[in-house]
Ligand binder design. Sequence first.
Ligand SMILES: Cc1cc2nc3c(=O)[nH]c(=O)nc-3n(C[C@H](O)[C@H](O)[C@H](O)COP(=O)(O)O)c2cc1C
Length: 444
Amino acid sequence: MPLAAEKIITRNWGRPDSWTLDAYKGTGGYATLEKVLGMQPAQIIDEVKKSNLRGRGGAGFPTGMKWSFVPKDSPKPKYLAVNADESEPGTFKDRYILENDPHMLLEGIAIASFGLGVHTAYVYVRGEFRFQAERLQKAIDEAYRAGIFGKKLLGRDFALDCYVVRGAGAYICGEETGMLESLEGKKGWPRLKPPFPAVVGLFGCPTVVNNVETLAAVPAILQKGADWFAKLGPDKSGGTRMVCLSGSVNRPGVFKVMLSTTVRELIESPDFGQGMPPGRKVKAVIPGGSSAPVMTADELDVALEFEALKQIQNMAGSGGVIVMDDATCLVRSLWRVSRFYAEESCGQCTPCREGTPWMTRVLRKLEEGRGEEGDIETLLNVAQSIAPYPPMGLGQTICALGDAAALPVHSFVVKFRQEFEDHIRLGKCPFGDKPWGHYGAMTA
Ligand SMILES: Cc1cc2nc3c(=O)[nH]c(=O)nc-3n(C[C@H](O)[C@H](O)[C@H](O)COP(=O)(O)O)c2cc1C
């Protein structure tokens, strides 16, 4: 049976000039905004709540609930900050939304802004996404010319401005409060929470932060109804989702999947990954971007859904599924992941600032054949002092980058300890000079 999900966000991809206003309008674009402008703002928030839409940026927080935290009686302006930073290793879906259908995001922004009473929206675009930022800007210009943005939202007495702000290539600026700092023109240092951005956000004002994919799903919810969206997923998660499949599979890419799709189905289905390269088997999979704990080949029958992954002490995260085959050195892979977090730590919190380079040094030592007895314990101790595990999520740091750095270390070492011990026993990497597996899951 084919597993490919109903196309929602991707419905226009592949059509000629799908990124233009004409093409978007040609398939019914902005009709939902027109309809929504006849509703009460509170009804919009209720619909999104009922739809069970959960944030696609990493934490999976219920979107309607987040929107309802914005104080209605605040005299301050309210802001919408759209997270297009997309820097989580293994995640590459939002860039395709910006490239292929920026107007779907813009319609989501306009609907959300009307519902929330927001008159200024910012889209914070990852610095490296120059092409995507330019295409988005062109779409915004078209929307201004068409009377969507500007002083009168589709002729109504509601002003809405939308601006693109480009980051400068820092992963930490994808963390929502780091992003707000950066939007304010400061160094992207995450803030202590509470207060949460919905109450004290950009310039000290109530601010909703949402991921690109989250907002791009909003027009379809308001067009087809919350019940339709909610029923596509299990109890607590509505809709379908986009996953980014990379590493050792025959067909890597971005796929639209039902939330009931399992990791195994994603890898093996002819609709998605089309299986492993010849002669190779799955050794390990990271299911939700490199911040998620690693899974063993025995855990692949779990659905790519928030609650299902939580039940096995894992996370759906940002949808970045990285597959590593049996020719991949996991010490090398973990070293690569750890180096990323060490480089991207903002340095505010001692456990993260000191712990991430420490873990990287130990991993390098193991991979280069200089490992000694006690190194594995050191690695686990350092990870434990950044973020205790299990249970996960008990970070000791201002933001979750600390957790993100520690969770892979805990899980790789606990689930694949033998491979770490082999490096010490042999005094070298057992995978020789080709540690990256068939297609190279994590090269560099
Ligand atoms: C270190 C770090 C980096 C993050 N990077 C991103 C990112 O690039 N894009 C994103 O949407 N969310 C990212 N997040 C999650 C955001 O903090 C936030 O939860 C999300 O943007 C909220 O949107 P959502 O509710 O629609 O998912 C990151 C979180 C952390 C801790």
